[in-house]
Design a protein around this ligand. Sequence first.
Ligand code: THU
Length: 160
Amino acid sequence: MKERELKFTLRVFDTVNELSKEDATLFVAAKNALKDAYAPYSNFRVAATVLLSNGKTVTGTNQENAAFPVGICAEGTALSAASALYPDVAISKIAITIKSGKQIIKQPVAPCGVCRQRLLEYETRFNQNIEILLMGEEGEVYAVATVKDILPLNFSKNDL
Ligand code: THU
């Protein structure tokens, strides 16, 4: 038996002001879109802005449903919209932010497992890593270089 340690590097920025102009702009778009989330059941708004390799951005928000499992995460709407609008263009980055109706969340919130799998699909489809930028309502920003870092031992089309 041997052990293998799996590691990844999380880059942590003290505030959004430490980001590059490009990355800060993605959060401006995502924050502006939080008002458009449809989250009457959880009162937890999520917005995700995708940057494509052609420079375009596409933003999505969570869209809930009275039949709870039918709801779609913000990352899902953003990735699906980007793919529908620009089917042949790789995705470079995604900035994700939230607003809770209950409290001010000062730490980043990470994508759910399903959305990690969705991100992996677009990474493998275009053979290009997607940088994931995460921010709460305020406070630190996390940057993850590839979804593979937060979805180790994953299953993708490369396994089929
Ligand atoms: N949600 C997202 O939009 N993205 C995630 O990665 C986690 C959760 C949404 C789903 C639901 O509308 C609300 O947040 C509460 O779970």
